[in-house]
Write a protein that binds this ligand. Structure first.
Ligand SMILES: NC(=O)C1=CN([C@@H]2O[C@H](COP(=O)(O)OP(=O)(O)OC[C@H]3O[C@@H](n4cnc5c(N)ncnc54)[C@H](OP(=O)(O)O)[C@@H]3O)[C@@H](O)[C@H]2O)C=CC1
Ligand SMILES: O=C(CO)COP(=O)(O)O
Length: 347
């Protein structure tokens, strides 16, 4: 890879974000090879320059070459971008592992915590592809629907190795996409996973007719929840205040583009998770993260009441009204209990 750009990078996953990011990368990179799960999708992109399943109005630049052949996608790739839902990340990493250059930096776009292991996505990628030093994560208020239109957005790219961060940042920066860097991989990942759960709660509240004050309370107490989990994992207390935390929380909890928020609204209207995902063809990561974030929080002995309520509604059959009663029945105490600067016994 040259100091600024690469000749070729691979994007693994052709959902909304993999599609939009491929277009963004094509501004800096000679060739972007986009791996699609389905040969039909790859062929359609080749023939029409459009992804038939996601962002269907978006015309991909000619520098993006779609293929369903993982070996072709990864051949000569100087960097690898993983744009898959959390449920499929480990299997996909295992599938591509023999094909990835051992020195290529790996950027994870997935926002979630793996179910069962409660591992963060960068850890899954590092285990399966080798080398935590070369694995970075990107997070922030980045709805694909807006990024592909060139509407101004910003993200934080976190890596343990400053050189890896700079090499990956150079691939992505553009006049419409600002990329900041951080060393706090864990904090950035916690923000991205937990905000999706809070966005479902906001969608439920909005669907029930909640006012702006209520939604602001949910977001702020959601940020406290993010902060407690992140602090308990030893991450930088400032990270939740940044693009991956507050920035993405606000975008996801308020945007019409958010699957998590609109799923919350659909749930109140009577739609199931399976029906929503089937209808939209997209993932609601917060529904999965509700379980794994709760398990993580319990293991760390930190309170995550909103996550607990969302999990109980989605996975334990608790009626929404009872979940709300449970949240409102909690006594409001110290605003910042359980944060880094407080005694851990207060969690
Ligand atoms: N969309 C966005 O704006 C953003 C998304 N993210 C994160 O990026 C990650 C990817 O999300 P996104 O691009 O939106 O995905 P989408 O919700 O748009 O699409 C779902 C993706 O999952 C794929 N898929 C479905 N079943 C399988 C399977 N069995 N094995 C492998 N892949 C499968 C689909 O493939 P197919 O197309 O063939 O059906 C499709 O690519 C998520 O973690 C999300 O939170 C992060 C920032 C922004
Ligand atoms: O992470 C995202 C925007 O930054 C996408 O959020 P949703 O998955 O809720 O659409």
């Amino acid at each position: 890879m040259s100091a600024q750009v690469a000749r070729r990078v691979a994007v693994i996953g052709s959902g909304s974000w993999g599609t939009a990011l491929s277009g963004l990368l094509a501004e800096q990179v000679g060739e972007v090879r986009l791996w699609c799960r389905s040969a039909r999708v790859a062929e359609a992109i080749g023939a029409t320059r459009r992804n038939p399943r996601h962002l269907t109005d978006y015309e991909l630049p000619s520098g993006v070459h779609a293929t369903a052949d993982a070996a072709e996608a990864l051949e000569g790739a100087e960097a690898v971008i993983l744009a898959l839902p959390s449920s499929y990340l480990r299997d996909a990493c295992r599938m591509i592992s023999p094909l990835v250059d051992a020195k290529a930096p790996v950027l994870v776009l997935t926002k979630g915590v793996e179910r069962g292991t409660n591992e963060l996505m960068a850890d899954v990628a590092a285990t399966e592809l080798g080398g935590a030093w070369r694995v970075a994560v990107l997070s922030g208020p980045n709805h694909a629907e807006e990024v592909c239109l060139g509407k101004l957005a910003a993200a934080v790219l976190a890596a343990r190795d400053a050189d890896v961060a700079e090499r990956l940042r150079a691939l992505l920066v553009s006049p419409s996409f600002r990329v900041y860097v951080s060393e706090d991989v864990v904090g950035v990942e916690v923000c991205g996973a937990v905000k999706n759960v809070i966005a479902i709660a906001c969608g439920v509240a909005a669907g029930l007719g909640a006012g702006d004050n209520t939604l602001a309370v949910l977001m702020t107490r959601g940020l406290a929840e993010i902060g407690r989990v992140a602090a308990a994992l030893g991450s930088d207390p400032l990270t939740p205040m940044g693009l991956a935390g507050m920035g993405d929380l606000v975008a996801t909890c308020t945007s019409e583009h958010s699957r998590n928020r609109t799923f919350g609204e659909a749930l109140v209207a009577g739609e199931t998770l399976a029906a929503y995902e089937e209808r939209t063809g997209m993932v609601v990561e917060g529904a999965r993260a509700a379980q794994s974030v709760l398990a993580l929080a319990r293991g760390l002995r930190v309170a995550a009441p909103i996550t607990e309520a969302v999990n109980a509604v989605l996975h334990e059959g608790l009626p929404v009204a009872d979940a709300i009663d449970g949240l409102l029945g909690r006594r409001p105490g110290e605003e910042f209990y359980g944060m880094a600067f407080q005694d851990k016994e207060n969690h």
